[in-house]
Design a protein around this ligand. Structure first.
Ligand code: CMP
Length: 225
């Protein structure tokens, strides 16, 4: 398999092509259709996944059935590694939100490869540290920010990772329904819809099916603060 599509992954920063190829040769491609659940919170498993294209949502279900989204991951990002470092069960449910191509890797193969390429362990730690920072921010926002602020912040984060220039702004094809966007922000669909409608009325964004076009990035960034 061609390593060009994985070279930008955080895991491979600073790793030479030959070493990347050695690991990629141990990975198996997998394509998921939109809506396919890859694994469920509480499952066992010994694989981690690298996203090549598309998007995967990671969600958790509360005892009363309500769902919340921890994150939406896209190309170059990895998931399913927590069980490797802290054996137990899957801490979240992984579901494709668009057609998604993944590479799967058995944990023992990664461990052997990390032994030969210790620098890559630092890359993994960096990815985990970034995730912890982001989670801390999210917890702070749940306590200190209002829903429109959290919606603005979520859209700016999605724009950062998935945004593409459009004629009149930045197209963010997040692939999420409004219900899923609400689960990501930790608020009801009604409140999130109201915030989106308000941003649209002010001319800060335009709503599209499972996407938004951010028209005024400065105001959105200010609202996200
Ligand atoms: P694992 O517990 O094996 O399966 C679920 C995966 O979701 C987990 O590994 C992580 O890779 C990923 N995950 C868990 N929490 C978060 C988070 N807060 N942000 C992004 N990814 C997460």
């Amino acid at each position: 398999m061609d390593i060009e599509s994985v070279k930008n992954a955080t895991l491979f920063a600073g790793i030479d092509d030959e070493a990347i190829k050695a690991l990629v040769d141990l990975m198996t491609p997998l394509t998921l259709r939109r809506g396919t659940e890859l694994f469920h919170e509480g499952d066992s498993g010994d694989e981690l996944y690298l996203v090549l294209s598309g998007k995967v949502k990671l969600g958790r279900t509360a005892p009363d059935g309500r769902e919340n989204l921890l994150s939406v991951l896209g190309p170059g990002e990895m998931f399913g590694e927590l069980m490797l470092f802290d054996p137990g069960v899957r801490s979240a449910t992984a579901t494709a939100v668009s057609e998604t191509e993944l590479l799967t890797l058995k944990h023992p193969n990664l461990v052997t490869w990390l032994g030969d390429h210790p620098h890559a362990s630092l890359n993994l730690l960096k990815a985990l540290a970034q995730r912890l920072r982001k989670t801390n921010d999210t917890v702070g926002d749940l306590v200190f920010s209002d829903v429109p602020g959290r919606v603005a912040k979520a859209l700016m984060d999605l724009a950062d990772r998935f945004g593409r220039p459009a004629a009149d702004g930045v197209l963010v094809a997040h692939e999420l329904t409004q219900e899923e966007l609400a689960q990501l922000v930790g608020a009801s669909r009604e409140t999130v819809n109201k915030a989106l409608a308000d941003f649209a009325a002010r001319g800060w964004l335009r709503l599209e099916a499972r996407a938004v076009v951010l028209l005024d990035l400065d105001r959105m960034a200010a609202r996200a603060r």
